[in-house]
Design a protein around this ligand. Structure first.
Ligand SMILES: NC(=O)C1=CN([C@@H]2O[C@H](COP(=O)(O)OP(=O)(O)OC[C@H]3O[C@@H](n4cnc5c(N)ncnc54)[C@H](O)[C@@H]3O)[C@@H](O)[C@H]2O)C=CC1
Ligand SMILES: CCCCCC(=O)CC\C=C/C=C/C=C/[C@@H](O)[C@@H](O)CCCC(=O)O
Length: 267
């Protein structure tokens, strides 16, 4: 039996889609003939990305919606607008996230990455569920390799990513996911060449603890750096292969893409 989900005409909502990995995901989805709403806090970049993608993939297939994922009202409004504009939602990519480890910004890292992503996950479950007028589909949460393995440079960030992995794990086994045929997977990339990564590599001391740029550079060199296109290939594989459910997909330059299960042996 063919277990490939055709993305033609499917509707995707991608948070943090104005730049970096999210923009790469949006473009990969559009290339596969899906319709995409990019939701992002940055209006200037969001409007520019929308315009660029509309020129390449058709005005009717792309929309930008301003959304700060820490705002319940704005986030809910994006789901509503996407459903109204495109007739439903099949795919949600909870990708928006930030780094920040200083006394001033670490709590914002928790608010955006943990609370914001949980909010996106809860909304996605609601809008995809059959009992609320949805039609099932696929949710991909973007965590990080750091959510699985220790990164001594960004402990708060790593902790939020571990939380995203565990939230996904809990929803995978939920009755709601089973009843509505909602697949959930988590993407754990190592370093990817995006504006966030470039700030880190250029020595932005607010992103790490310790302030030792030599250690940051050595860490990056050891791990390697993926392109956004390489991570987008991984996303499309998760979306199109309907057997992919309840999985972690680790992506790293040197080791490639490796799937493992989200659930571990039970007691
Ligand atoms: N670049 C890397 O090396 C890696 C990044 N990640 C994760 O991938 C995701 C995307 O990261 P990048 O593309 O690298 O970052 P980026 O900074 O290049 O892009 C993130 C996008 O999210 C948006 N955003 C930030 N806060 C937001 C909020 N509160 N509400 C809505 N949108 C918001 C930004 O405006 C930006 O367009 C993040 O969750 C990040 O933690 C995971 C592993 C590696
Ligand atoms: C604000 C920070 C941005 C970080 C963006 C990421 O999410 C990048 C995550 C990338 C790599 C994580 C790698 C984890 C590696 C561990 O397996 C382990 O090898 C680290 C051990 C410590 C060390 O060798 O220095």
């Amino acid at each position: 039996m063919d277990r490939r989900m055709h993305l033609v005409g499917k509707v995707a909502l991608v948070t943090g889609g104005a730049s970096g990995m999210g923009c790469g995901f949006a473009e990969a989805l559009l290339k596969a003939a899906a319709k995409v709403c990019i939701a992002d806090i940055n209006v200037e970049t969001g409007v520019a990305t929308e315009s660029d993608l509309r020129q390449q993939y058709g005005h009717e297939n792309v929309m930008f919606s301003k959304c700060n994922i820490t705002s319940a009202t704005e986030f809910e409004a994006v789901f509503k607008r996407t459903k109204e504009a495109f007739g439903g939602i099949d795919i949600v990519v909870n990708n928006a996230g930030i780094g920040g480890e200083t006394d001033e910004n670490w709590e914002q890292t928790v608010d955006v990455n943990m609370k914001g992503t949980l909010r996106g996950l809860r909304l996605a479950m609601y809008y995809l569920s059959v009992e609320h007028g949805g039609r099932g589909g696929c949710i991909v949460n973007v965590a990080s390799m750091t959510g699985l393995n220790p990164n001594p440079l960004s402990p708060v960030y790593g902790c939020t990513k571990a939380g995203i992995i565990h939230a996904t794990r809990c929803y995978v086994v939920s009755e709601a996911a089973k009843k509505s045929n909602i697949r959930l997977n988590v993407l754990c990339p190592a370093f990817v060449d995006t504006p966030m990564f470039r700030r880190l590599a250029a020595g932005d001391a607010t992103q790490t603890i310790g302030g030792d740029q030599t250690a940051v550079t050595a860490f990056i060199e050891r791990i390697g750096v993926l392109s956004t296109e390489e991570v987008s290939v991984a996303l499309i594989d998760i979306l199109t292969d309907e057997t992919r459910n309840g999985l972690i997909l680790r992506c790293a330059k040197k080791t490639g893409n490796v799937y493992s299960t989200l659930t571990v042996q039970d007691v």
